[in-house]
Design a protein around this ligand. Sequence first.
Ligand code: SF4
Length: 214
Amino acid sequence: MYKKDIPFFAETLNTMFPDAKTELYYHSKFQLLIAILMSAQATDKQVNKVNRNFFEFLKEPSDGIELWVEEIKEFINSISFFNNKANNIYKTCGILIEKYQNNIPKTIEELITLPWVWIKTAKVFLAVTEDAPYIWVDTHVHRVLNRVWLVNTKSPLETDKKISTYFSKHNHSMLHNTLVLFWRYHCMARKPKCETCPFQDKCKYYKNVISKIK
Ligand code: SF4
């Protein structure tokens, strides 16, 4: 795939996943921030399972500080790093009340001052809530963009730097969601659905690997 194919790539992803949005369960920006924080090293499915119950008790930051940290741990103990995550959920609720009057900050600079909110978390949060022009390149997005040969890079960080100049700002937040759905349901690490893939004839991985083992 060449740079000139980028509009085709972006538009085809939009067609494949027309209603692309995060699959995390939430009812407010606050709950989304907490869900993203919990999703580190855990699947959306695991986090959603916990939060369908937990979020009945955690609707606002003030609900968080009314819980004991031990109670938060009880709610979320089926997901990885639940001790750290529970402590950070509690601290985050306190900071949101004291520093932001119960609101959620809207800039990366402010968001990353919250416990366990890295640039990735901040970008995902702002892409979903503010339609901000960010694509977070994790290992999966890095894999897909290298497979189709839109980039030829060694790390997600390198891919991130490269593609931010490739796609128009207008496309970024939509692309963030469509790319996640593409690697999750179509171009999986193992057994990608190459036979029904609209990018097959432009894909380096298909040409160099899949077609040779058929
Ligand atoms: S042809 Fe296969 S490897 Fe290439 S993008 Fe499509 S699903 Fe992924």
